[in-house]
Design a protein around this ligand. Structure first.
Ligand code: CP
Length: 332
């Protein structure tokens, strides 16, 4: 498997075999990290992380993974660089590609990360766009495989806004890797029809299915994995909260929903999550709308079915695998 020089912009660009290779590599890196086995295979290389939106997991995963691989890491946000305001994405890509061996981008349109990749001359990694969140998916697949020992045939249910980057990417990940995908959402919040068609074709070649329902209890009755995300995504205006709460209130993952699923079902969330009142936005929503918990109850979030912190840790191992594979050096 040779992925050297490739960008990682969306899972649709990768074959199931390539994704399998990245998952196996992630497992190998996790084992090395746990056993304190040095793996500074990319010593002498440098990467830059471009963040137009805030991040905890993705930024830290790229930084630690970069350091573990022996690389120099630069972090840039719009407040401390010319990006977006005084310099186009294409020009930024051409400059950074002369200095760095790889570029991570978190921002808005998928087109931006595609333009970066077309102009940089070095691998570009998508750390989240409006449309897709592919590095999150590798961590999610890894966490599912750690929990069940296999991926093919698992029933994965996403509850919530089916148009967001995580729901889109999860549908693609399932369709590619042979998992069944069900979306529990109001009809207004279903993914783009063109993406659905692509995923349905992929799923049918794997003999798996993609289902859509507005009934969360029907969706979850045979679920192995129940996944949700915040009801309002980064970049959306605060004004949408009221409407979104009305639409998504009945898609909250609570103990009734988890009990409805298979006995050994797990709960996943890309994080951050509004499961209590310990955040500024959580408190604000409580004051305005009276909700103490949103997309998931604190009971489910804190239960032993919840694998959200394994999932968060796996961001680092999988991102390390992506960087290693695309910057590419041989190792034992
Ligand atoms: N899941 C995720 O992307 O987390 P951050 O926004 O903290 O990077």
């Amino acid at each position: 498997m040779n992925l050297k020089g490739r960008s990682f912009l969306k899972l649709l660009d990768y074959t199931p075999e390539e994704i399998r290779y990245l998952l196996d590599l992630s497992k190998d890196f996790k084992n090395k990290k746990k056993n304190n086995i040095e793996h500074t295979y990319l010593k002498g290389k440098n990467i830059v992380l471009l963040f137009e939106k805030t991040s905890t997991r993705t930024r830290c995963a790229f930084e630690v993974a970069g350091h573990d691989l022996g690389m120099g890491v630069t972090y840039l946000d719009p407040g401390s660089s010319q990006m977006g305001k005084k310099e186009s994405i294409a020009d930024t890509a051409k400059v950074l590609g002369r200095m760095y061996d790889g570029i991570e981008y978190r921002g808005f349109a998928q087109d931006n990360v595609e333009i970066l990749s077309q102009n940089a001359g070095v691998p570009v990694w998508n750390g989240l766009t409006t449309e897709f969140h592919p590095t999150q998916m590798l961590a999610d697949l890894m966490t599912m495989e750690e929990s069940f020992g296999y991926l093919k045939g698992l029933n994965v249910v996403f509850c919530g806004d089916g148009r967001n980057n995580v729901a889109n990417s999860l549908m693609v990940a399932c369709a590619k890797m042979g998992l069944n995908f069900t979306l529990a959402s109001p009809k207004e919040l279903r993914p783009d029809p063109d993406l659905i068609e692509i995923c349905e074709n992929l799923a049918s070649s794997n003999n798996t299915h993609i289902n859509f329902t507005d009934d969360i209890m029907i969706a979850t009755q045979d679920a192995d994995v129940i996944y949700t995300d915040v009801w309002v995504s980064m970049g959306e205006p605060d004004a949408v909260w009221e409407e979104r709460i009305k639409l998504l209130n009945k898609y909250q993952v609570n103990s009734k929903v988890m009990t409805n699923a298979k006995e050994n079902a797990i709960f996943l969330h890309c994080l951050p999550s509004f499961h209590n009142l310990e955040t500024t936005i959580g408190k604000d929503i409580y004051e305005k709308f009276g909700l103490k918990e949103m997309e998931v109850t604190d009971e489910v979030f804190s239960s032993n079915k919840s694998k959200v912190f394994d999932e968060a840790e796996n961001r680092m191992h999988t991102i390390k695998a992506v960087m290693y594979a695309t910057l590419g050096e041989k190792h034992e």
